[in-house]
Design a protein around this ligand. Sequence first.
Ligand SMILES: [Zn+2]
Length: 159
Amino acid sequence: MVAEDDARHRRGQYEEIWAIFDRDEHPDVLTARDAVKDHPKIKIAFSHPSFDFWLLLHFSLFDVPQDGHNDDVLTRLAACPGFTGFGPSDKKITQARADELRPRAGAAVRHARKLEKRCEDDRCVHDRGTASRCGLLDQDPSTGMWRLLESLGVLRLLR
Ligand SMILES: [Zn+2]
């Protein structure tokens, strides 16, 4: 919608438009990806199994396939500083939680990039079947959120 508006009425208003979504139980992830993949401005930050996985990468590198489930990620995250009680009924990023995340953003980016690099170098834990490369849904766990931070220059601001 934003992209259509940008193209039709306010040409060139946005440099980039980000689609941020996660695996959860969504059946149409690949359809959503394919719908925007050739758009010149739309970038994707996809997290598998969840956005919570991106939060967890702030605290540690975690590379165990989750098969679309988020329970393990939430349990691990709830054991991290500031995240006691974090779960399905409490996903608020409070000031205290933001204060724990902020200084660890660089680590989160490094961890997310490391997971992608393992994939590119054929050193990942993903089950890709007979395919030569991992597809978007094979990359479990993973997150592309680091690209958004990098694009926004967030890490420079946090230094
Ligand atoms: Zn892989």
